[in-house]
Write a protein that binds this ligand. Structure first.
Ligand SMILES: Cc1cc2nc3c(=O)[nH]c(=O)nc-3n(C[C@H](O)[C@H](O)[C@H](O)COP(=O)(O)O)c2cc1C
Length: 295
């Protein structure tokens, strides 16, 4: 099967391929993204505004996230986030899809989406904007960075606190991920409207798959170093002390030659390390032993 290439302009303009629905092709270039409800206060009146949005993770400690707010289409959130320094990021579940959509309605400034969507505010503990009762998780956040970027305001927020529904703590992990987070998945053509009629679609995580774990990677997961990984393999008797020493020695030779791109020796040790990693990743222990004994 061949690959089909697109330019940037084709990607953003919904690629046209003969016999294919442009939305169907476009979908591949906008992977599902976690949906949120962003609660802010109007800087002039103190009135509550909520908008549906999508978020991206930034750092885990401190816990920060990124919002992208369209300057024209989301004027209330854009203004409120720029001029106040607080928001609540609430995570909607699949039990409130219509309500989530209603928070994207173009309501006049000052009209609360919470009221229109029949959602219930409750006091936040660390910030002034309220949290949303029907959302299982509410993050209370401070705005730390705001920058206009092409069509959007890019907003970095730091989580200063959060609340979680007590009942969810009793649920299995599988039941939870089938309820939330919801993701903005795609949109489809509304069959009742001829031109540019769009139906937005949200989804939740379907199947959950376990990734490989130790000995494919360090015991701690993917966070460690190559050396930690090899040490873990030695400590758990996947490789001997002698094999460990040999691997570390090859790695040292590789490190010393790293910037010497014309060196034949670099090419050789790079190939050796690649083979070693490949055999460990696919758990070919007999082959690894033989390979190391021949180096
Ligand atoms: C699931 C979903 C995700 C959305 N994500 C964003 C987003 O990330 N940024 C944005 O500007 N608008 C997004 N929108 C559209 C806004 O919710 C919509 O423009 C809304 O009217 C904003 O109004 P505001 O003026 O109250 O901020 C999204 C809508 C939906 C339904």
């Amino acid at each position: 099967m061949g690959k089909i290439y697109f330019t940037h302009d084709e990607i953003v303009g919904r690629p046209k391929l003969e016999g294919k629905d442009p939305a169907h092709v476009h979908f591949h270039f906008r992977p599902a993204r976690p949906a949120d409800l962003c609660v802010t206060l109007d800087p002039d009146t103190g009135e509550v505004n909520v908008s549906a949005g999508t978020l991206g993770p930034l750092t885990w400690n401190p816990y920060t996230m990124c919002l992208h707010i369209n300057r024209n289409d989301s004027p209330d959130s854009y203004r409120n986030l720029q001029r106040t320094d607080e928001c609540v990021i609430a995570l909607p579940g699949k039990d409130i899809i219509p309500e989530t959509w209603m928070c994207a309605l173009p309501l006049p400034r000052g009209i609360s989406e919470l009221e229109v969507a029949k959602l219930t505010p409750f006091p936040s503990r660390f910030v002034k904007p309220p949290s949303i009762m029907e959302c299982k998780v509410n993050f209370e956040c401070k705005v730390e960075f705001f920058k206009d970027y092409y069509t959007h305001g890019i907003v970095f927020v730091r989580v200063v606190g959060a609340s979680i529904d007590e009942e969810i703590l009793e649920w299995s992990r599988e039941d939870i991920v089938h309820l939330y987070p919801t993701f903005e998945v795609d949109d489809i053509q509304n069959p009742r409207i001829k031109e540019r009629g769009i139906i937005e679609r949200l989804g939740v995580i379907g199947e959950i798959f376990e990734c490989p774990s130790f000995p494919v990677g360090p015991k701690s997961g993917w966070g460690g170093t190559f050396e930690t990984w090899m040490r873990d393999l030695r400590d758990e008797n996947y490789i001997s002390q002698e094999e460990f020493d040999k691997i570390i020695e090859i790695k040292k030779r590789y490190d010393n030659l790293f910037y010497n791109s014309v060196s034949k020796e670099r090419e050789k040790v790079k190939r050796e390390i690649t083979e070693i990693c490949k055999m460990i990743a696919w758990q070919e222990w007999d082959r690894l032993r033989l390979f190391l004994s021949n180096i």
